[in-house]
Design a protein around this ligand. Sequence first.
Ligand code: WT7
Length: 644
Amino acid sequence: MEHDLHPVSPEFASNTLVTETQYQEQYARSLSDPEGFWSEQAKKYLHWFEDWEKVLSGGFDSLDVHWFSGGKLNVSFNCLDRHLATRAEQPAIIWEGDDPKDSKVINYRELHEQVCKFANVLKHYGVRKGDRVSIYLPMIPEAAIAMLACTRIGAVHSVVFGGFSSEALKTRIQDADCQIVITANEGIRGSKIVPLKHNVDTALKECPNVRNVIVVKRTQNQVAWNSSRDVWYHDAMSQIKTECAPAIMDAEDPLFILYTSGSTGKPKGILHGTAGYLLYAAMTHKLVFDYHDKEIYWCTADVGWITGHSYCVYGPLANGATTLLFEGVPTYPTASRFWEVIDKHKVNIFYTAPTAIRALRREGDDWVKRTSRKSLRVLGTVGEPINPEAWEWYYHIVGEARCPIADTWWQTETGGIMISALPGATPLKPGAAAWPFFGIVPMIIDDEGKPVPDGKMGKLVITQPWPGMLQTVYQNPERFVNAYFKEFPGRYLTGDQAYRDADGYYWISGRSDDVLKISGHRIGTQEVESALIRHQAVSEAAVVAIPDPIKGQSIYAFVTLKVGFHSNDDLKKELVQTVRESIGAIAIPEHIQFTEGMPKTRSGKIMRRLLRKIANNDLTDLGDLTTLADPGVVDEIIRDREIK
Ligand code: WT7
């Protein structure tokens, strides 16, 4: 199937924030004069209590990057207080509950008040500047309120996705040494109950430093209660004052930690700072989504992920936008839900993930066509490559060929969108992430670090610092260097494979490391392997990805049992349960194959490349098997493979 270039419609281009020529000019300027460029943007997008002394210092060679040193500001002030004079009554958050009958609107005045009050609650429970606070909440307004309240007093939040297990929550609370946890008694997604408080109780058995748990009452169901530790959110809020002066923060003070998976070890605590992050989130939100004042903007991500941080909360609120938070799932009560919500709240800009688009496409066009969607103007996608078929469906069926699609490539570490079309400026190519954002210098290199010619696939690196970049890995500067700068010194290694075409469009094909993308969720193969090995029957485990038509990828696990244990379906169920308990449902293997042994090199390394081919039923070109320690095991693994 040929996929045409979709030129920018003149009608759209007549009213866009950036035209194609302006993009070219400003992009060139952002590279030739980065300090001048970012200084102007920082004045335009943010309110500063005190100006910075230096826009940018240091670089990737010495790894001592500093943005806006000496500047003073507060994130909640930028997201709330400064809008009060002009938009106090404008909706800041439109909340759409899991049940279609459940929704509410919170305007800027109300949000400001709630945030100030909750900031005082945090102070009351002993939270001080620099302290870490764990947030384990469903998609309810209190999630945004809790995040902003932390920023008000300079506390560092660590949001943990509500789909993670108590075990995953525990390791994150411990790693960041959080002393306060904010949760809900229960969450509701697709009418199913999520036992959040129960998970917190389990996690806290091994987190002695947690003093208090603040609990939002989302459902009427009872939960276990420890009255010396647990506090109801509504009780705490009912008896607290409304005034709370914003903490004066340094530009480089830590803002939040967010854990994400790498190819080795436990998830890394990605640390983002204050000014650079907020500027980058705000500017990309405005320009990539072509956000016009008063528009209704909806990003379907959960606040447990970076997309939820940058594009549900910080970017939109910094810009004084109306952001829609959705508690539910795309298919509940029906596969029309997204489109019904768009009509109900007159959404203009809609940002979601390819996995959701593919899942809804499979349900048939009728679910879309029975809705109007005439408010829609811009569409976005994020999280994994979007296949051209899904792109075309999104473009033609959802957007009726009227709405440009921003296919936004970025990462937890990058803080904001790095490569994307700008609506109205970029002629679209289905499946291409398109052009670098201002100030971003991508490069495609080979394994030796040499730039490859256009059209050739290679490793995607970024060669210059940008304001949204991570500061470090929390309390692990060595891991920061090793993960991102060691293989190719002086360049930020993204872990993705990509090529650039002759028109300068970047096409991202997926990870080049041992990181999986399951329904857009980032999971390290080693994490799943470690989870499997926790089961007493398991001797060794090797995890690889196989393609999945809806999820993008799914997990195929090879498992060797200890002597005396026998493979059967019950054991498979137990292994699935083990993964569910140590990570969460998002990491459950689709296939588990028991084997007598693993193909290993003579030095003892499992040959994952070979296992990947077998799992994918690709038996061509298996390579030279004579170098294996035990070549015989390969025949058995091939014979017993689950996909034939
Ligand atoms: C990885 C980062 C940052 C947003 C949510 C994911 C993949 C992300 C795209 C895209 C192709 C993409 C990459 C990247 N990815 N967006 N538009 N096209 N791949 O954040 O969990 O940190 O994952 O997601 O592989 O490295 P994340």
